[in-house]
Design a protein around this ligand. Structure first.
Ligand code: GDP
Length: 182
């Protein structure tokens, strides 16, 4: 196929959530296909590029903003949010306080950023560290479904950066939603 017939899309994606929930690990797993217990991002913002061959005609590049160094306050500068097209909001499935925080992260995001048509940017909730959960009850599923409705998330995935569970699936779901909004 001729190169010129392939179109490229660039999406800025924010990865937000409380400290230690696994944001950096998720980004590393998604982009570099590895999990490193010892990896620690420098303080600040790290950028990683994930390229996805979406279809025969479209290459999607996701610029992932790992805001791990910024997350002591759930109130990020608008500079970080600017022009983002999507967000992954991460919590630790073994720590309910981090789910509560996800509400605040989402509110902060929506208060500072929206699409040109005024709608919230597509956001997906990631229930990370699911490898540490022995069982997944019906209760969890229905409460996260409810949580997503109440907080305007398009959906949720239980993920494990450690065991490589659902990271690609969550990424593809978000790309699909961003393509619909584009
Ligand atoms: P961040 O502060 O949100 O970027 O979190 P990190 O990616 O630095 O992860 C915090 C800690 O949780 C580290 O010790 C990781 O090794 C661990 N961690 C991250 N993801 C997972 C996971 O899916 N499962 C388990 N068991 N541990 C994880």
């Amino acid at each position: 196929m001729e190169r010129s017939s392939v179109s490229e899309k660039l999406f800025k994606v924010l990865v937000i959530g409380d400290i230690e929930v696994g944001k950096t690990s998720i980004v590393m797993r998604y982009v570099k296909k590895c999990f490193d217990q010892a990896y620690k991002a420098t303080i600040g913002v790290d950028f990683f590029m994930k390229t996805v061959e979406w279809d025969a005609k479209t290459v999607v590049r996701m610029q992932l903003w790992d805001l791990s160094g910024q997350d002591r306050i759930k109130n990020l500068s608008r500079v970080y949010y600017k022009a983002a097209m999507g967000a992954l909001v991460v919590f630790d499935i073994t720590n309910s306080l981090t789910l509560k925080s996800a509400t605040e992260w989402k509110q902060d995001l929506d208060s500072k950023l929206c699409l040109d048509n005024g709608r919230p940017v597509p956001a997906v909730l990631l229930a990370n560290k699911c490898d540490l959960m022995k069982t997944k009850g019906e209760d969890l599923v229905s409460s996260l479904d409810r949580f997503c409705k109440d907080n305007n998330f398009l959906g949720w995935f239980e993920t494990s950066a450690k065991e490589n569970i659902n990271i690609d699936e969550a990424g593809s779901f978000l790309v699909k939603q961003m393509m619909l909004c584009d």
